[in-house]
Design a protein. Structure first.
Lengths: 296, 325
């Protein structure tokens, strides 16, 4: 039982990382960036090649994946979203789906369709286990460490730095922010760098702790979206809590309820939540991505 | 005058096509394109004229196909009745999912349709007793001859082609008439500004439901034609990816233009044929096309191409066309 719960928490941490990347970009720039699923995949591939081809240490490889995906995210924003800033959400969604399809199939084309795993050094491949109770490879512990570092780090960044302040301003009112001299293009670049870096990092670590292939991006980003909806769009606290809840629920149903119609339940719940409570389970009361609970 | 000439040429081409295609691959391709142009045109009623971006069109396509296929295969219902039952079933499901979903807007609405598509795919895949699951529904019969014309058996591709052509033309004409009618104007008013439409006395819920049910019913009709043509139905024919393909066809040809979506289907099918050995490359291209079109040509391909053609046409012909119209 504990094992199932722990597995759920590990999945939950990954989901929360993805959900936060998604909600960050959506709440600041109103871009529903499903292309992050593709970034997730590319992050795993970059980490894989950094370890196998360039013989880098795994931790360095993760950093490489995060930084390169951050840079790639900035390029994607310039190419696919910058000209659409005044367009509707629908148009941005079209572009985002295009990014997702292009990135996943680009990965397939260049690097093939096998399911692989990022090799990790000896020290990390040991397994924490209490006989009969819990079995937990260190790489999966690492997921927690990274999530635990990333969440407060993001919070501090958005709350204290000048750029973070600019992001909050754009999230509140892009036109007013622009009039007051906030450089929107730079804010957009930084936001995409942050979100894409986090998604790339999530991909790298999932690739090491589990396995990865080119088509893991779409289900991952869709689940992340479910989390974001459950938690309320733009709510970081909601994304974290929602991520862990969905992770545990997923793991429990996978173990105890071997239903053919597993997705049916999850997506029916999604539709119900959207229809009955469009602001998400945590609604407006939860903390927003800009770190403001309403007043300062 | 020029548009009439183009339409007449197209009609002649459509009628004479089997002379070239016969029972071969070309006829198969054209039947495929016609069925998918029914799908794209009906999706366009939602995306282009009502402002409802839907990624669930493949699901309604499938509901129609399975309804008609199962009725004909297991219950001995004649094809012509099954062909009518398919849009009815798809329309009823559309009403059931549509009414609650119109409470959501923008990206949330899109996600509801995505979720519905995935649920439908899972049902197609796992409800073995009804759909045959991953094995597919085998042996869906081709249509029996019409009651008064026993000579016309639809066993041949040739006659099936004419059947599909008639249905596709009827659907296209029906859509054009709706779009140009007061109903169409109301739909476009809702697309452009829902609050304003409401203030003008247009009931958005009613019109959105109407468009959604009608478009889904047409998708169901296309599903019936598809299943009885292939004599087979499989969950992969109605998957999320098919919905995305249709979505791309509409965007590519031009959402909110009457002939754009069928043109988009034509372009996509040609790309599919040319690149049929390179699936990854084709999908990569599709992804880049989506981005490129939405960023640079939000009107789609057809309108700019038509403008270009008019500029390149000999000045006298263009001048004559302008003075006549």
């Amino acid at each position: 039982v504990i094992q199932v719960f722990v597995n759920g928490l590990v999945n939950g941490a990954v989901l929360a990382l993805m959900a936060i990347s998604l909600t960050l970009i959506f709440s600041i720039l109103r871009v529903p960036h499903f292309g992050l699923g593709g970034i997730f995949v590319w992050g795993a591939f970059v980490a894989y090649f950094a370890v196998t081809a360039w013989k880098l240490h795994f931790l360095v490889a993760m950093l490489v994946a995060a930084v390169s995906m951050a840079a790639f995210g900035v390029l994607i924003e310039k190419a696919a979203f910058r000209r659409l800033r005044a367009a509707t959400e629908d148009a941005m969604f079209v572009s985002a789906i295009g990014v997702l399809i292009a990135l996943e199939n680009g990965a397939l084309l260049m690097w093939g369709g096998e399911t692989q795993s990022v090799p990790v050094p000896e020290a990390l491949s040991t397994v924490l286990s209490i006989r009969g109770v819990v079995y937990l490879p260190l790489t999966r512990v690492l997921i927690f460490v990274i999530a635990a570092l990333a969440f407060p780090g993001l919070y501090v960044y958005v709350r204290t730095t000048r750029m973070g302040k600019a992001m909050r301003a754009v999230a509140q009112d892009p036109v007013a922010a622009r009039l007051l001299g906030v450089p929107i293009d730079r804010v957009a670049s930084h936001t995409f760098a942050l979100g894409s870096g986090m998604a790339g990092l999530a991909g790298a670590i999932v690739g090491a702790a589990f396995t990865f292939n080119f088509e893991m991006g779409s289900p991952a980003i869709l689940k992340a979206f479910v989390v974001v909806v459950l938690g309320g769009l733009g709510s970081v606290a909601g994304a974290i809590v929602g991520g862990f809840i969905l992770g545990v629920v997923d793991s429990v149903t996978l173990t105890y309820v071997t239903s053919q119609f597993k997705q049916l339940v999850a997506f029916s719940v999604l539709i119900l939540v959207l229809v009955i409570r469009p602001s998400g389970l945590f609604g407006q009361r939860a903390l927003r991505a800009d770190g403001q609970g309403g007043h300062r | 005058v020029t548009t009439r000439v183009v339409v007449a040429l197209l009609a002649l081409l459509a009628l004479a096509m089997p002379l070239v295609g016969g029972e071969g691959y070309l006829t198969h391709l054209v039947i495929t394109m016609l069925i998918f142009s029914i799908l794209a045109s009906s999706l366009n009623l939602l995306m282009g004229y009502t402002g409802l971006v839907s990624i669930a069109h493949g699901a309604f396509f499938g509901i129609g196909a399975y309804t008609s296929g199962i009725l004909a295969l297991r219950h001995g219902v004649p094809f012509w009745l099954a062909l009518l039952a398919a849009p009815v079933a798809a329309g009823i499901v559309a009403l059931a999912i549509g009414l609650p979903s119109f409470r959501t807007r923008g990206i949330y609405y899109i996600i509801v349709t995505v979720a519905f598509q995935l649920i439908a795919s899972e049902v197609f895949d796992n409800w073995y007793r009804m759909t045959g699951g991953g094995l597919g529904l085998r042996g869906v019969p081709r249509p029996a001859p019409l009651p008064f014309l026993p000579g016309l058996t639809f066993q041949s591709k040739l006659l099936y082609y004419y059947l599909v052509l008639v249905v596709a033309v009827l659907v296209q004409v029906a859509l054009v008439r709706i779009i140009r009618s007061p109903i169409g104007v109301s739909l476009m008013a809702i697309r452009d500004n829902e609050t304003k439409a409401l203030m003008m006395g247009v009931n958005p819920l009613w019109y959105k439901s109407f468009a959604f049910v009608l478009a889904s019913g047409m998708a169901g009709l296309a599903g019936s034609l598809w299943a009885h043509y292939l004599e087979y139905a499989h969950p992969d024919f109605f998957s999320f990816f098919v919905s995305v393909d249709l979505f791309l066809a509409v965007i590519l040809g031009g959402a909110g233009t009457i002939w754009g979506p069928p043109f988009g289907v034509l372009v996509l099918e040609i790309l599919r044929e040319v690149l049929h050995e390179f699936v990854a490359l084709r999908l990569l291209l599709f992804g880049l096309l989506l981005i490129g079109i939405i960023v640079f040509l939000p009107d789609g391909l057809l309108r700019p191409l038509a403008r270009l053609a008019r500029r390149l046409a000999p000045p006298t012909a263009a001048g004559r066309a302008r003075s006549h119209s």
